[in-house]
Design a protein around this ligand. Structure first.
Ligand code: FE2
Ligand code: FE2
Length: 161
């Protein structure tokens, strides 16, 4: 899976936020690398869990900064952060669920169907599908949010310094 490269497009010119975004990007690339190497779901889940924890901290720092800057779009920005965390958490739970319950879109398998997923090849295939889905989500998650929603607060935060 291709790494996401740090670029001028992602750079906001707000040093504290740029540094945090770069760290999140590095962790996302760790995930992509592990997923590309067919790492077990448990390992991918651990990386995703760490990414969510660090993102949560970043979102709080960013919201504090936007509050200080009197950013008029803060409520919407906060809601976007919340949505991203909910989606990421749902994905994380699918990685940490027992293989038989690793359904699509967070759906759990029915208790009576548990045995079906135990067929050879099935778990490996669904784990790969889940890894690919997560990789796509993370790429959109990080890059799209930074280049659109984060970029919008730039002029307001720049006035602070
Ligand atoms: Fe943000
Ligand atoms: Fe951000």
């Amino acid at each position: 899976m291709t790494d996401i490269e740090w670029s001028q497009e992602l750079k906001l010119g707000v040093p504290a936020m740029d540094a945090e975004h770069r760290r999140l990007l590095a962790l996302t690339n760790d995930f992509l690398k592990a997923a590309g190497a067919d790492a077990p779901p448990e390992r991918l889940g651990r990386i995703l869990g760490e990414l969510i924890a660090r993102t949560r901290i970043h979102f709080q720092a960013e919201e504090t900064l936007l509050d200080r800057a009197g950013y008029p779009g803060l409520a919407g920005h906060r809601a976007a952060h919340e949505r991203l965390l909910v989606d990421a958490q749902r994905l994380y739970e699918r990685f940490t669920a027992p293989p038989a319950q690793r359904g699509h879109d967070g759906e759990s398998a029915q208790p009576g169907h548990v045995g079906e997923s135990a067929q050879p090849g099935h778990d490996g295939e669904s784990a790969r599908g889940l890894a690919l889905e997560a990789a796509g989500f993370l790429q959109r998650w990080l890059v799209d949010h930074i280049v659109s929603e984060d970029r919008a607060y730039r002029p307001f935060v720049m006035r602070l310094t």
